[in-house]
Design a protein around this ligand. Structure first.
Ligand SMILES: Cc1cc2nc3c(=O)[nH]c(=O)nc-3n(C[C@H](O)[C@H](O)[C@H](O)COP(=O)(O)OP(=O)(O)OC[C@H]3O[C@@H](n4cnc5c(N)ncnc54)[C@H](O)[C@@H]3O)c2cc1C
Length: 572
């Protein structure tokens, strides 16, 4: 049996029992200063110097205990940091990646792909996928302030209300479809609509003038779909023009820009970047805070009220397990003392799966507008009370494994919208710097293979439709795609990850099948919540960012209400 924390280099790390030593504290402050150093156009990717006002005025130095400690400054963490600091509570937001959201590949919509495999990507790998020719998949995720919301493609889709009804069934409590629809409105707003109230993500629609947009919509009509408004909060029975969380002149409006930057004006919010959380401090059945690696020193940071894990689907279950919260047998096998047996930690891992159909164009394709995504078309292969099984994106540029000429090619992306297969995230060891063994179980279920073939067929039908005839110069790869077996083989060789991991700390109704309850509390551990994509119990039928943020907004509402009633009782 292995010993807990058996990594030699980690053993060498000094643990400052009383918090930071003198030099550690200085480094901490340096980091907080660095975060505010990029003064300038707030909201456009630069962090304001106002965040540092407290330091410059000679007000008290940063504390080492906070009301709320948030682990991970990603999509969910940025939203919660804003909503919780607005109550006056002291909040520390901790991020393993850097604070550099002012760099071009993060700021500029057209450059988002440059993040993949770069310093802003955790660049994890899946296990070999049996149904994908045993290919490992590159599971990108953001490692920078703003998290995956700082490196994503900015496709903004509200989702299908039939998925919300499914979540309500799985989780109950405050997870009603109505509350989730309201949470969306509290978190996002269309460009040009009034801007009062809490900070919200601005969402715009820029694809209309591109000639492929009208062609894709007409092609969808050729395949039997009607044209719909994608973000109206209604069932996705049709095809529509995509929207983007970005400005009209091409800059990202992600969670860092929309939620965190404005909130930094509050003296009660601090951000610590370049700090890896290694595990939680658990005393009895209560979480008291976190341990973090800061410049090779292990430091402790206390949370007086709550610790909130927002580290994402591939990391939050790891931090629970490294802290003794997870499946008993798996913890024992790693020599980790068991604090709370929770068998669902790491289970229920899901992801979308996609294919690129790359076409030669007979005519010149003008440069992409915004993120280059024109339309989404939805097709159902199952019962009408469920959200669509398939989404096909109409793209304005070559996207996929083949190097095809810009201006001379375009792409359709069929996508398995409702995967039924469930995979698992397992500990690979006890070194907190090591990725988990991530098995999304792509296409493990027969129904998913059938639906992926159906997605490919819908994509091919769109591509071959009359409305696209003036563009269609033929599909690039020459593979025969006639029989089911040929289509499945093409999928096995070419499909890639959706990058929409969910489910490893699923919310639910009992500790046997879920990790958090409907109020995001980890079963059996006080003072500890998980709020990120990992709590989503069932994959929504669309790209998930808006869904993740709606769930985080719901969590913020729960936490803020609890804080208010606590205050009320304390002062009554
Ligand atoms: C390349 C890419 C493109 C995508 N494109 C789209 C799209 O176009 N549309 C869409 O709807 N969705 C898209 N998504 C998905 C969407 O962006 C994510 O699902 C969403 O941002 C996840 O939010 P989260 O809060 O769960 O986690 P994240 O935003 O990933 O945040 C987790 C944060 O925690 C930090 N962290 C992790 N571990 C630790 C630790 N131990 N210590 C300290 N910090 C830690 C991470 O660095 C990260 O900042 C895309 C995702 C990727 C990766």
């Amino acid at each position: 049996m292995k010993k807990h924390n058996d990594s030699p280099s980690l053993d060498a790390i000094r643990e400052g029992a009383a918090g930071f030593g003198a030099s550690g504290r200085r480094d901490f402050l340096t980091r907080l200063l660095a975060l505010g150093a990029g003064a300038g156009a707030a909201g456009m990717g630069l962090l304001p110097a106002a965040a540092l006002a407290g330091e410059r005025d000679g007000r008290p130095a940063q504390r080492l205990d906070y009301d709320y400690v948030i682990v991970g400054a990603g999509s969910s963490g940025c939203l919660l940091a804003d909503r919780l600091s607005a109550t006056g509570a002291s909040v520390l937001l901790i991020e393993a990646g850097s604070h550099r959201i002012d760099q071009p590949k993060v700021r500029e919509v057209a450059l988002w792909l440059q993040n993949i495999g770069s310093d802003t990507d955790w660049a994890r790998q899946s296990t070999a996928q049996a149904q994908l020719d045993n290919r490992q998949q590159a599971l990108a995720a953001g490692k920078v302030v703003g998290g995956s919301g700082s490196i994503n493609a900015m496709i903004w889709l509200r989702g299908d209300p039939r998925d919300l009804a499914q979540w309500q069934r799985h989780v109950g409590g405050p997870w009603t479809a109505e509350a989730l629809l309201r949470a969306y409105d509290d978190m996002a707003r269309p460009v040009g609509s009034p801007g009062s109230g809490p900070s919200r993500i601005r969402v715009g629609r820029y694809a209309d003038p591109h000639p492929l947009t009208a062609a894709y919509l007409a092609a969808s009509g050729d395949t039997g779909l009607r044209t719909i408004e994608l973000n109206a909060g209604r069932p996705l029975n049709g095809a529509g023009v995509t929207e983007v969380n970005a400005t009209a002149d091409g800059y990202r409006v992600g969670p860092a820009q929309a939620f965190l930057v404005p909130a930094l004006a509050r003296a009660n919010l601090s951000v610590l970047a370049d700090a890896l959380i290694t595990n939680l401090i658990i005393q009895g059945n209560r979480c008291r805070g976190v341990r973090a690696l800061v410049d090779n020193a292990l430091v402790q940071i206390r949370a007086n009220r709550e610790t909130i894990l927002c580290a994402g689907t591939c990391e939050s279950p790891k931090l629970l397990m490294l802290s003794g919260i997870g499946p008993l047998d798996e913890l024992r096998a790693q020599g980790i003392p068991v604090r709370q047996h929770l068998p669902a930690v790491g289970r229920n891992l899901q992801d979308h799966l996609l294919l690129s159909l790359q076409y030669r164009s007979r005519v010149f394709v003008p440069p992409q507008l915004s993120n280059g995504v024109s339309t989404m078309s939805y097709y159902s292969n199952g019962p009408a009370h469920l959200a669509p099984d398939v989404q096909v994106a109409g793209m304005q540029y070559p996207f996929g494994p083949l190097q095809t000429p810009a201006g001379g090619s375009y792409t359709l992306i069929p996508f398995l919208a409702k995967p039924r297969s469930r995979g698992r995230a397992r500990l690979a060891g006890t070194d907190p710097r090591q990725s988990m063994l991530l098995d999304p179980g792509y296409l493990a279920e027969r129904v998913d293979r059938d639906n992926m073939v159906f997605a490919l067929e819908r994509g091919l039908a769109l591509g071959a439709s009359r409305a696209l005839a003036s563009f269609n110069g033929g599909l690039y790869p020459a593979d025969p795609l006639r029989t089911y077996a040929e289509k499945l083989a093409f999928i096995a060789r070419n499909a890639g990850p959706g990058l929409h991991y969910t489910g490893t700390c699923s919310a639910g109704r009992d500790p046997a099948s879920s990790v958090v309850d409907s109020r995001f509390r980890v079963w059996g551990v006080d003072g500890l919540r998980v709020v990120d994509a990992s709590v989503i119990p069932e994959m929504p039928a669309v790209n998930i960012h808006a869904s993740v943020l709606s769930v985080a907004q719901l969590a913020a509402k729960v936490l803020v209400e609890e804080r208010r009633s606590h205050h009320h009782h304390a002062t009554a």
